[in-house]
Design a protein around this ligand. Sequence first.
Ligand code: 13P
Ligand code: SF4
Length: 388
Amino acid sequence: MSTFTEPAPTATALLLLGRGSDPQSEKGVDCPGELPPASDPNLVERATAAKKALGDRLFVLGHHYQRDEVIQFADVTGDSFKLAQQAAARPNAEFIVFCGVHFMAESADILTTDDQAVVLPDLAAGCSMADMAARQQVDECWDTLTDIGISDDVVPVTYMNSSADIKAFVGKHGGLVCTSSNAKRALDWAYQQGRKVLFLPDQHLGRNTAVLQLGFDLADCVTYNPHKPQGGLSAQELQDAKMILWRGHCSVHGRFTLDSVNDMRRRVPDVNILVHPECTHEVVNAADHVGSTEYIIKKLQAAPAGSSWAIGTELNLVRRLAHQHPDKQVMFLDKTICYCSTMNRIDLPHLVWSLEELVAGRVPNKISVDSDTSHHAKVALDRMLALP
Ligand code: 13P
Ligand code: SF4
């Protein structure tokens, strides 16, 4: 069966692909030292040799959105939840090299011991969604909720895709972290502690979970805009809401539209639409299945030969799935290319550079969360890890 057709690279798609195209996440940090050229024909051999030299001192984690050239060197691949669990379960590895983005490496640092070093091969690998909630904005939001007399009823919940500072805020105020694979369980827990939730920073995961999994009405949710006084909401709206959604989103998943779903169903009538919960509510509502990257992979593994799938998530993962399942028709839900430009910052030259630095006795791009932030953020992460 013919499987995967690469979407045409339109101008916008090329923008998404381009380095430096995501200014909110670019920290303006270049790789210090000698970065091998991408054209070096020995990169695979160099990475293999460095991994061998480091042996059990090293553990490499790879998120599913990483490039194939990088993922081949991961000791474990996973979604955000599985990678956090795996980082916490490796107390004997001296170095954790995290092939993913900054908030994931921060969480790994919080969950590992002081003797372990977490390395992010390119410090510019951020997440534009995580950047949409700054600690000062969240503190101001909390002051607003206090002023109108509801903060005692509110439990803050933050998506893993947030800075350590935001996780620490949530830990301090009795809340927890969630990922796309446990958002329902996290919200069940939160509503046992309080009457309302402040959900940070992804409005779509919050809304999709509240409406499609907890059975809330859309009217139970309000969207808090941190750039407007009082979030752009009246005191009455905030008092009536069961779910206060922070106005953040993922620009990669925001590209999938209801039109892409309808168009796919017209072209492939028996198609299964499988999307990540960071997609908008109308897309998730129109899809057949929704779940984390790990869920998407398992769904494809369990699918019968000959079935057709259109997948709404990052392209590195969809393309890998197409190659792994030649007996199924695996398509990308959008018509244009849709990589996560910051995940793509981690390439083989950066991985080789960081591994060779470790072999030379230097720890490059060490991610260190200060002890006070780490303490409170760990409270919120541990609450998530303890969910039933
Ligand atoms: P997962 O936890 O599903 O891997 O998602 C992480 C992410 O950043 C999706 O954009
Ligand atoms: Fe962040 Fe979206 Fe990239 Fe995930 S896909 S890391 S949410 S920008």
